[in-house]
Design a protein around this ligand. Structure first.
Ligand code: CTP
Ligand code: MG
Length: 231
């Protein structure tokens, strides 16, 4: 039986947040933001080990006490220039220091998604455990979509039929994900599924909901706190 591992890329700078502190360390419900994603993954009895990829020279990580996760948490100081590079570096580094094998599942989850529920996490693992490709949590697009011209005027309305917003975790087998991210199509992708798609495979969309939001802009912080306070 393949085991489940988790990997949290946390080597970004949070440029759209506009704070000098990288957003994964901004205070959210009394903890650094990344704490919430870490806690959710570390508390899952089905996940054997959680890797966190931080930027090299990250001076912030060591300012907090992570001992409640010891035994499950492994920190890898090998962040890259892009998210894809951080994930790939983390996958490579994890091999030498854990029992991770080619067919084991890796759940890649953004540090910037603090509101993932236990139910969403379990649903992802349940729906994909027997899958040949793997997949991701996602939500059907609810808003009407407009395509703009270069002057900020509507060129046309896009159909939202069959359009989904990708979330994380995204769950793929170790070897396949590593190969996908190493390929030419992989490095440019903003998510892991994109790299798998570039190999011609079709990741499965597992229905999630908007509560698993990504904190990108300052105004997302208050919403995330509200969701965390009302599980
Ligand atoms: N990430 C990473 N390495 C990078 C870039 C991003 O590990 N070189 C991580 C972020 O820390 C975050 C996740 O990937 O947990 C999703 O990225 P995003 O929300 O875009 O975060 P940032 O890149 O930090 O923010 P921004 O794009 O606004 O700069
Ligand atoms: Mg980014």
């Amino acid at each position: 039986m393949p085991n489940f591992f988790a990997l949290i890329p946390a080597a970004g700078s949070g440029s759209r947040m506009g704070d000098k502190l990288p957003k994964q360390y901004l205070s959210l419900a009394g903890k650094p933001m990344i704490y919430h994603a870490l806690r959710r993954l570390c508390h899952s009895p089905r996940i054997s080990c959680v890797f966190v990829v931080i930027a090299s020279g990250d001076g912030e990580w060591l300012r907090y006490d992570w001992s409640e996760f010891s035994g499950k948490l492994v920190v890898l100081e090998c962040g890259g220039e892009t998210r894809a590079e951080s994930v790939l570096n983390g996958l490579k580094a994890s091999q030498g220091i854990s029992s991770i094998g080619d067919d084991d599942w890796v759940l890649v989850h953004d540090a910037a998604r603090p509101c993932l529920s236990e139910k969403q996490l379990d649903k992802l693992m349940d729906e994909l455990a027997e899958d040949g490709v793997g997949g991701l949590l996602a939500v059907p697009v609810a808003d009407t979509l407009k395509r703009s011209d270069t002057h900020g005027r509507v060129e046309h309305t896009e159909s939202r039929e069959n359009l989904w917003q990708a979330q994380t975790p995204q769950m793929f087998r170790y070897k396949l994900l590593r190969e996908a991210l190493s390929g030419v199509g992989g490095v440019t992708m903003t998510d892991d599924a994109g790299a798998i798609e570039a190999l011609g495979l079709r990741p499965k969309l597992v229905l999630s909901d908007a509560r698993n939001l990504k904190v990108t802009y300052p105004q997302d912080l208050a919403l995330a706190e509200l969701i965390l306070g009302n599980p």
